[in-house]
Design a protein around this ligand. Sequence first.
Ligand code: ACO
Length: 325
Amino acid sequence: MSKIRSVIRGVGSYLPEKVMTNDDLASFVDTSDEWIRKRTGISRRHIAAEGELTSDLGYHAAVRALGNAGIDASEVDLIIMATTTPDNTFPATATKLQSKLGLSGCAAFDIQAVCTGFIYALAQADNMLRLGQARTALVVGAEIYSRILDWEDRGTCVLFGDGAGAVVLRAEESNGAEHPRGVLSTTLGADGAYYDMLYVDGGPATTGTAGYVRMQGQDVFRQAVHRMSETVTKVLADQGLGLDDLDWLIPHQANLRIIEQVGRKLGIDRDRVVVTLQEHANTSAATIPLALTHGVERQLFKPGDVLGMTAMGGGFSWGAALIRW
Ligand code: ACO
């Protein structure tokens, strides 16, 4: 039976030019390269230049994803941008990206689910493609966390960086294939009772400022391990699959110890887990498409491989997506 599937046709990522190493950080914050690497696995992060906007980072990643797909921007009829650090409170940064791409008319909107944003955006695009509401979607995660960090709070500022990643998703007929490519299933969740554990202490309706990231690290850590492993198990079960069927794990890149614990809980070999956070730290909604692009560039995935993506973030929010490559 023929069925519409959302297939990833192209991927791309972008990191700002300026690199800030752990040693650079230690020159103005009470921390050390050894502490950061041991507790988080992070070695460096990229910092957006003055005047560089989230829409700029998203634009570079989107252009690379379209190039990788061999698809012209004019074919895009849906743009979803996952970001917690929009250019402005409104309009949606996706509309600025749309205009930078020379497009007009198609739906373009932002999704705010913090570090889970890319999974939320992918799920939304997948649903719209399968319903026939669009044919070619650009799904982008882009963030400039350096502008919402308290650079005197060593408990948070060492963890984050700036960056963007994008995928081009296309609605395709499965033509009765036994194991069709594309998004197989997604799951999303949230619980606002955890607000205090990870939030930004500002906003248009509260302080009138953008605010800074505040976090209770150990609680976030525990919840991340629990939710990320639980959601991968769920998307596999939704397809009648088990952990043995998972070929690659592409987790949100927040902390190497979180990733290792999730990998252990799922029983997946370390060399089947894509890890890039040492290069860019936690770029929130951008980490999964950054890691996916890294995997594609190194030709890690072969056709038919089952990829599990999972994230947890502020809210708390959490989610996973299962994809047949
Ligand atoms: N440099 C040096 N020392 C530090 C630093 C730092 N940057 N930050 C904290 N410390 C000190 C603390 O003050 C404490 O000192 P003390 O023992 O004298 O009191 C000591 O290091 C241990 O602190 P802990 O908070 O217990 O360290 P922990 O091992 O829990 O690591 C960390 C902290 C890295 C924040 C960890 O809890 C974590 O990664 N949590 C997850 C947070 C996260 O990933 N958030 C991102 C957003 S959510 C998401 O993406 C899933």
